[in-house]
Design a protein around this ligand. Structure first.
Ligand code: XMP
Length: 514
């Protein structure tokens, strides 16, 4: 493994995934982790990330004691570069001139990192502090007009530092530099592939669950589907999937889970029709957080009841494991403990009751979403499931602004199906991260349709592009696609007489309206 030590970087996740793109497994650890604990993970290399602090500020995160004595090859990036320089006796200074954005580095001495690369390279910088003097034993490999030590290395000790960000796209040769560090500098081999991951995870689940039984809540989304397919490969019939139809799904989704998924995997599926129960629980509720809490709570209750039934039904053999499609970003975010503000209560995290009687199996907890998709393909899941856009656990419940009713759900489901159909027809599915359609159920506007006055509801189209849903931009859908969607929705969905497009990025908006 390659450890990415997080100094509060914007880019720690990105560094980890770039390393994986080099077919080397990587994980993020906090900068507060003691060096011995890092060593216990037997890293082949350690990457020190960037961060917002100044190394000489009071309270700035520093390298753990003894880190540089571990005899593990290291690459410092930006703040990590400065931490390395300072810890080993170099000098870090504050400059009046910041360097944000594109810059050009001149390679002074290719050393190992820049070997075979051009003498001038476009790089991405984001700093004010800089290393003014490299530590003894280091060669300065690159510099820019404002940054004398933009690259340095001590080849004998396997220490490398760069002031710029090799992980971002705008750094022309960033991936080559990373690869050179991993393969040449640290001797990593590019052996981490999807085939290995699938085989290894299946084996790991088999070992862990043994001859016991497991249960999994299928949402219809990619994550739970891939997790379930993987566990099913490992333990076959001893896995039972529970699909709670809460009535807040989109058109065709319950069928997709009940037919396509079962056809592809042959999994044991237990469907619970809880539509009435959720409607009753949501009756008259308009507050978004309230809705989320109710949906989360009901979901867990229904799931628990189903689990009890399954346990009772199967020759008294108890279910001991609960499969969840937790992904790496979820793990990192919840473990971060940075006191991030609670923007929305997500119904699939932290919702399980205290007296949870299951042990968790989370076969995807080291993977990113795109890796999960590739794994899903590897496991033979259909493209409609693998490439499905993310859909929130609380479903259409948080896309109806106002109280949720059966009628409103039907209206939104129809409008949403049209938008999705047209997006697919335009061949844009994979360009658009997500395409919520939101029903403003308590708003009415006047329209004219078929020579008559109408007083209907608007829907809002919310197509966004994103890498990870943490930030997003509104998608510039072609006008003709928007126009087709608008015409069809107003023609085909009786209650809708107006279609609006949301052109807010995240931040300040969130992707969902509630
Ligand atoms: P927001 O609206 O916060 O959403 O920008 C970010 C991403 O998370 C999805 N989302 C959820 N997913 N349970 C989920 O599984 C939830 O409760 C939930 N709420 C929002 C949202 O669709 C987007 O992809």
């Amino acid at each position: 493994t390659v450890l990415v030590v997080d100094f509060g970087a914007q880019y720690a996740q990105l560094i980890a995934r770039r390393v994986r793109e080099c077919n080397v497994f990587s994980e993020i650890v906090p900068s507060t982790m003691p060096a011995a604990e890092m060593l216990a993970k037997r890293p082949k290399a350690i990457i020190l990330s960037g961060g917002p602090a100044s190394v000489y500020e009071k309270g700035a995160p520093i390298a753990p004691d003894g880190l540089f004595d571990l005899e593990v090859p290291m690459l410092g990036i930006c703040y990590g570069h400065q931490v390395m320089a300072q810890a080993l006796g170099g000098t870090v200074e504050n400059s009046d001139v910041a360097e944000y954005g594109g810059a050009s580095v001149a390679v002074a001495d290719p050393g190992m990192l820049f070997e075979g690369l051009p003498g001038e390279q476009a790089v991405w910088m984001s700093h004010r502090d800089f290393v003014s003097r490299a530590p003894a034993g280091f060669t300065v490999t690159a510099s820019t007009e404002v940054t004398p030590v933009a690259g340095m290395e001590n080849r004998e000790r396997g220490f490398f530092g760069v002031q710029f960000h090799p992980e971002v796209l705008h750094t022309e040769h960033g991936m080559e530099i990373l690869r050179r560090f991993l393969y040449e500098g640290a001797g990593c081999r590019p052996s981490w592939t999807m085939v290995n991951i699938a085989d290894e995870s299946i084996e790991a689940v088999r070992e862990r669950v043994g001859s016991k039984r497991a249960i999994c809540a299928l949402s219809g989304g990619v994550d739970s589907a891939v997790a379930a397919a993987l566990v099913q490969r490992a333990i076959g019939d001893r896995l039972t999937c529970v699909f709670v139809d809460h009535g807040l799904l989109r058109k065709g989704e319950p069928e997709q889970v009940e037919k396509d998924f079962v056809a592809a995997t042959g999994v044991n599926l237990h469907v619970v029709d809880a539509r009435e129960r959720f409607l009753a629980a949501l009756d008259g509720v308009t507050d978004p957080e309230q809705k989320r809490k109710i949906i989360g709570r009901e979901f867990i209750r229904v799931f628990e009841e189903a689990a009890r039934e399954i346990v009772g039904g199967a020759e008294g053999e108890p279910v001991e494991f609960l499969v969840q499609g937790t992904l790496y970003p979820d793990v990192v975010e919840s473990g971060g403990g940075t006191g991030a503000a609670n923007i929305k209560s997500h119904h699939n995290v932290g919702g399980l009751p205290e007296d949870l009687r299951f042990e968790l199996v989370e076969p995807l907890r080291t993977l990113f979403k795109d890796e999960v998709r590739r794994l899903g393909e590897q496991l033979g899941l259909p493209a409609e499931i693998v490439w499905r856009q993310p859909f929130p656990g609380p479903g259409l419940g948080i896309r109806i602004i106002g109280a949720v009713t059966r009628e409103r759900l039907a209206v939104l489901r129809d409008a949403d199906a049209i938008a999705r159909e047209e997006l697919t027809r335009a061949g844009l599915d994979r360009d658009i991260w997500q395409f919520p359609v939101v029903l403003l159920a308590d708003v009415r506007s006047v329209g004219v349709q078929g020579d008559g006055r109408t007083y209907g509801h608007p829907v809002v189209l919310r197509p966004v592009t994103s890498e990870d849903a943490m930030t997003a931009d509104w998608a510039r859908l072609p006008y003709d696609v928007l126009q087709r969607i608008s015409t069809r929705i107003t023609n085909e969905v009786r209650e809708i007489n107006r279609v609006a497009v949301d052109i807010t990025s995240k931040p300040p908006g969130t992707i969902e309206w509630e």
